[in-house]
Design a protein around this ligand. Structure first.
Ligand code: SAM
Ligand code: SF4
Length: 351
């Protein structure tokens, strides 16, 4: 597959080489070393907590071309970002994504980038896992909230569990390390969480539980879905021995070791536990908006800077944006009016 045809101007490449490489440090002394990049807002699923069934997707011209995505990511790598995670929407449905991954992988070879990963719903892994490994991807996060085919079809609306399981097999064969992400949902998967932990650890996968976050309008009522992980953990501890583990992946998860399975269990708890103090991350949307905080609406328009002013303007816009990175977020389901506290969907910012 090929990258978008728009070639980078030679002057831009030159500017790339002479451009600023000072690290990005926010007003609270936190260095930005991790970026999540949403490469598309589109998806082949319609998970009920993430999207409404009839989503209107962005016109193509508003979305960064693959070439632009590469320029923005490379600029961040030059300024000290060590880990890039591609996400979406569903990243693997973006046409030409393999070409982008191959280009970004050159930063792995030089050592500028420590890790290039992706978060996926797994539906495309059956045919893409081998190519992803060959391109330099070593770890993928696969989102999976249930192992029951009917419940899976209900929660994803359009997804098929057997495809995802086939994708996991393909990823195993390819040598990709897998982490399962499961959103904890009230009246949906609370009784399945322990069996899923045993299943995932039995296959050698880490598993991370995520609390629902109030992002974007959906069709249902979020307060009905919200299941605090403090409650899940207390229930798990009736039958499992969980010991806190200082392991960090650069993400917001806190980890525990599960004695009975020998595996690792992560908790991402934006609502019950504020994880902002060590935040080293920013998020780029597929339209080139940089969010300095998942839970706040302030953004910087990097697409405009790049399209109007080239790489130098992009660099300036990034530095200016980081100087506005807030101390923390303020999600609160109870205050969400009526159903949402941050207007954009997770599929826009990429989770
Ligand atoms: N499509 C890919 C996937 O599902 O893994 C990548 C994008 S998805 C937006 C990234 C992660 O966000 C998934 O693990 C998904 O379960 C989670 N997610 C989506 N909406 C959420 C919400 N409102 N609250 C918490 N997690 C959410
Ligand atoms: Fe698609 Fe991922 Fe959102 Fe599900 S969670 S609708 S798979 S973007």
């Amino acid at each position: 597959m090929e990258l978008d045809s728009m070639a980078r101007e030679p002057e831009d490449v030159l500017r790339d080489e002479v451009a600023d490489s000072t690290p990005l440090i926010d007003p609270f002394g936190r260095q930005v070393t991790y970026m999540r990049v949403s490469v598309t807002d589109r998806c082949d699923f319609r998970c009920v907590y993430c999207m409404s069934e009839h989503m209107t997707f962005l016109p193509k011209k508003e979305v960064l071309s693959l070439e632009e995505l590469e320029t923005v990511c490379t600029t961040f790598v030059r300024r000290g970002v060590k880990r890039l995670r591609l996400t979406g929407g569903e990243p693997l449905v973006r046409r030409g994504l393999m070409g982008l991954i191959e280009k970004l992988a050159r930063h792995l070879e030089t050592g500028a980038l420590e890790e290039l990963t992706l978060t996926t719903n797994g539906s495309q892994l059956p045919h893409m896992a081998g190519d992803l490994y060959a391109a330099g991807i070593r770890r993928v996060n696969v989102s999976l909230d249930t192992l029951d085919p009917e419940k899976f079809a209900a929660i994803t609306r359009w997804g098929k569990l057997d495809k995802v399981l086939e994708g996991l097999d393909a990823a195993d064969r390819a040598g990709l390390k897998i982490k399962i992400n499961a959103v904890a949902l009230q009246n949906f998967n609370e009784t399945e969480i322990e069996p899923m932990i045993r299943w995932a650890h039995g296959r050698g996968y880490d598993l991370t539980l995520i609390e629902t976050m109030p992002l974007g309008e959906i069709d249902g009522d979020r307060s009905q879905q919200y299941l605090p992980l403090s409650k899940v953990r207390a229930e798990l501890e009736q039958s499992l021995t969980l010991t806190d583990n200082p392991f960090k992946t650069g993400g917001p998860a806190r980890y525990t070791d599960v004695k009975e399975t020998g595996g690792r269990l992560g908790f991402i708890t934006p609502l019950t536990h504020n994880f902002c103090e060590g935040c080293n991350r920013v998020r780029l949307t597929s339209t080139g908006k940089l969010y300095m905080c998942l839970g706040q609406d302030d953004d910087a328009d990097l697409k405009r800077a790049l399209r109007e002013g080239g790489v130098q303007a992009l660099d300036e816009a990034i530095a200016e944006a980081i100087s506005r990175k807030p101390k923390g977020h303020d999600f609160e389901i109870a205050r969400a009016a009526p159903n949402v506290s941050v207007a954009r969907h997770m599929s826009t910012t990429g989770g």
